[in-house]
Structures are given as C-alpha cells and as structure tokens.
Design a binder for this molecule. Structure first.
Ligand SMILES: C[S@@+](CC[C@H](N)C(=O)[O-])C[C@H]1O[C@@H](n2cnc3c(N)ncnc32)[C@H](O)[C@@H]1O
Length: 260
C-alpha cells in the first residue's frame, strides 16, 4: 500500500501532533533536528476534504495556549508554490522555530524529497535527503541530531521494530538526545511495551468512538522542562475543544521504565 500523507494532513491527530511540536518553541537550547519522516512541505487546502477544512477554520478562531497561537500564525502564513493557502507539514513548522539551528528532513518517497528540496532550496540551515530512515546510520556522524521526530506511516505492525531500532540508536548515539514519537491507536496496531525510559512523557489522546483511529500517542524523551510545561497547558486546552471530539487526554510522566 502506498502512503500519501495528504489523505491525513490536518486531521485531528495530525493537528494535535503539530500543536505539540510547537511546544518546542519554549526551549532555551539551540537544536539540530532530524525530521526523519518529513513527507511534503505543505498540503493545499483544496486537497483536504470538507471535514478537515472545517476543523482547521474553527481552530484558527480559537484562543488557547502559546503553542496554539504559533500554530495559527504558521497556518495563516503557509501557501503552496502557486500562492494558494496550504496546511504546513512538520518540516515547514520546524523551519519556523527560532531555537532550531539546523534541520535534516528525510523521507523515503522521491516525490516528497523533490518537493522539500524545491521548497527549502534557498534555506541554508535546512538539509533534505532521500533515505530509509530506519536503516540509514550515517546521519549520526554527518548531521549529529539532538532531536529526532519519528513519524512513520504505521501501515503495518512490522514498523515497530524499525521504531524500536531508531529509539535505541538515538539513546546510544546522542548523549543529550531528545525524541518525539507519534503513533496512532488502532485495533490492528499494538505498540511494544518497552518504549519508555525514566524521565519520558506521553501525551495520550482517546478519541470519541468513531471508525478508524481510536486515538493517538505522542511520546517524548529528553525534552526541556519549559517545553513540558507548555505541553501541560496544551493538554488542558485540548480537553476543552469540542471540535476535536476527544474523549480523554492525559500527559503521563514516567519516573521509571514502564509501558505505554
Ligand atoms: C505520517 S507521514 C509524515 C508526516 C509529517 N511528519 C508531518 O507531520 O507533516 C510519514 C512519511 O514517512 C515516509 N516513510 C515511510 N517509510 C519510511 C522510511 N523507512 N524512511 C523514511 N521515510 C519513510 C512516507 O513516505 C511518508 O511521507
């Protein structure tokens, strides 16, 4: 099955991921970020279905935590190369964070990589590479990332071994490393039990019963306290937003190794 992120861009799970990503804006240290599954730079609004467009418009008019205001500014400014309004992808959002010193955007898909290269060609601090991000090991020496965003398609249970391998490499290769892992909660997809380490946190979101996805998880390791404080504000706010149809949202902090 071929994965095309445009089918999911700006759905509620994607929005929650991006709002959480913008909590990084509160961090004080400069970061080298590897967005290992970057997909496209942006998604023209006319390619999204009506439900997703409606959700976007209603969130654009809301008041909330700082990460929401940053997200609203980013969405308002995002346009495709033809000047049409578009919804930003994770690479585009990361490129706006002042604390980010350099970004490596990678994807396995050639069309995504071509679009990213074109989009960021005049931006010296953004590097784009086509690669299998589960397998590629040169990144650790050549780019030396300090934060890795792990956001594969989760088309099959097999991807979990790649995710676990990547988490192991992050912990082994960067002493001051941080990672953000996003995954959907679905009946056919069971995450392994050993994803978390002491000090990690997880934002767990259960959606109201619907077909398809039951919820999503964002798993964070090594984030600064200021970013975690912003995440707590986001978590409180998310529970009040009816349009997201969230049944339950909580931020778990792991004081010792346990399962999510
Ligand atoms: C969920 S999308 C990423 C969405 C993006 N991070 C965002 O938030 O806007 C997943 C992407 O991973 C890419 N992908 C799948 N397997 C991969 C692999 N082994 N290495 C690199 N990229 C991969 C797909 O082509 C797809 O574009």
């Amino acid at each position: 099955m071929i994965y095309r992120h445009v089918q999911y861009a700006a759905n509620r799970a994607d929005l929650i991921k991006h709002l959480a990503l913008l909590c990084l804006e509160q961090g004080s240290s400069t970061l080298r970020v590897w967005d290992a599954f970057a997909a496209m730079p942006c998604y023209p609004l006319h390619d999204l279905d009506e439900d997703r467009r409606q959700l976007l418009f209603s969130l654009m008019g809301r008041r909330g935590p700082r990460s929401l205001s940053s997200w609203q500014r980013a969405v308002a400014e995002c346009h495709d190369p033809q000047g049409q309004p578009a919804y930003p992808g994770s690479g585009w959002l990361l490129s706006r964070l002042p604390s980010v010193e350099a970004i490596l955007l990678s994807d396995q898909d050639e069309a995504c990589v071509r679009a990213l290269e074109h989009w960021f060609k005049s931006d010296g601090h953004i590097h784009v590479h086509q690669m299998d991000s589960f397998q590629e090991d040169r990144v650790w020496l050549s780019f030396q990332p300090q934060l890795v965003l792990i956001d594969p398609p989760f088309l099959s249970q097999e991807e979990w071994s790649g995710v676990q391998g990547l988490l192991t490499k992050i912990r082994r290769n960067c002493t001051k490393s941080a990672s953000i892992l996003w995954y959907p909660l679905r009946n056919d997809l069971t995450p392994p039990r050993d994803l978390s380490c002491p000090g990690d946190s997880s934002l767990l979101v259960d959606f109201e019963p619907s077909r398809g996805m039951n919820g999503c998880v964002l798993h964070f390791s090594g984030l600064e306290d200021s970013c975690l404080d912003e995440l707590k504000s986001l978590c409180d706010w998310l529970s009040q937003v009816d349009e997201l149809r969230i049944a339950n949202v909580q931020l778990l902090e792991f004081s010792h190794a346990s399962s999510v």
